[in-house]
Write a protein that binds this ligand. Structure first.
Ligand SMILES: Nc1ncnc2c1ncn2[C@@H]1O[C@H](COP(=O)(O)OP(=O)(O)OP(=O)(O)O)[C@@H](O)[C@H]1O
Ligand SMILES: [Mg+2]
Length: 180
């Protein structure tokens, strides 16, 4: 049954690192347990909440601050949230952490640029290399790795189900969800 404990699983990582894929696994698992849950995926947010924003540092920061604002509203009311946006800048992620102190769980989806580029799920790396897309994280724009994330999922060395299980185990161990 639902635990009514709010928390925010805050994914960060390069495009293609696996944020959305692992989120989908977590959604299945958590909803299956009867949990409330909301997802703020970068691609979806940019189509509505952040429509019109671009990829300058200022716009990226605004986008991430909006995601943090909504994640805070939900999680402080007992609704678990998963955010799945690149969120490349450490300082803004740390703002989100401060805002949601005690219920903010940073999850680093770790994969090298080379791996993500080989995967090139959306064909974006090719466009970034050709110059068709400017300011592409990991290629022509910065990505600041987290220094002390609560969880690191090594998506080069494990499958999405395994990464999801690692996260569920963490949530259980820390008492955010009850053991199944
Ligand atoms: N362990 C893993 N975890 C997640 N994805 C994996 C893993 N191993 C391989 N993949 C593959 O890597 C790709 C990850 O793409 P995904 O869309 O989830 O990335 P993303 O981080 O959401 O990127 P974006 O920031 O562009 O939305 C998928 O094709 C997925 O099948
Ligand atoms: Mg995604």
């Amino acid at each position: 049954m639902a635990d009514d404990k709010g928390f925010t699983l805050w994914f960060t990582g390069l495009s293609g690192a696996g944020k959305t894929t692992i989120t989908n696994e977590l959604v299945k698992e958590l909803l299956g347990r009867g949990s409330k849950l909301e997802v703020l995926d970068g691609d979806v947010v940019r189509e509505n909440l952040s429509k019109g924003l671009g990829f300058s540092k200022e716009d990226r920061d605004t986008n991430v601050r909006r995601i943090a604002f909504v994640a805070n509203l939900l999680s402080r009311n007992g609704v678990p949230v998963i955010t799945a946006a690149i969120s490349p800048y450490r300082a803004i992620r740390d703002e989100a952490r401060q805002m949601m102190d005690g219920r903010f769980i940073e999850v680093f989806a770790k994969a090298s640029v080379e791996t993500c580029e080989q995967r090139d799920v959306k064909g974006l790396y090719a466009k970034a290399r050709s110059g068709e897309i400017k300011e592409f994280t990991g290629v022509s724009d910065p990505y600041e790795e987290p220094e002390n994330p609560e969880i690191v999922v090594e998506t080069e060395n494990q499958g999405p189900e395994e990464s999801a299980k690692q996260i569920i185990d963490y949530l259980e161990d820390k008492g955010f969800i009850s053991k199944s």
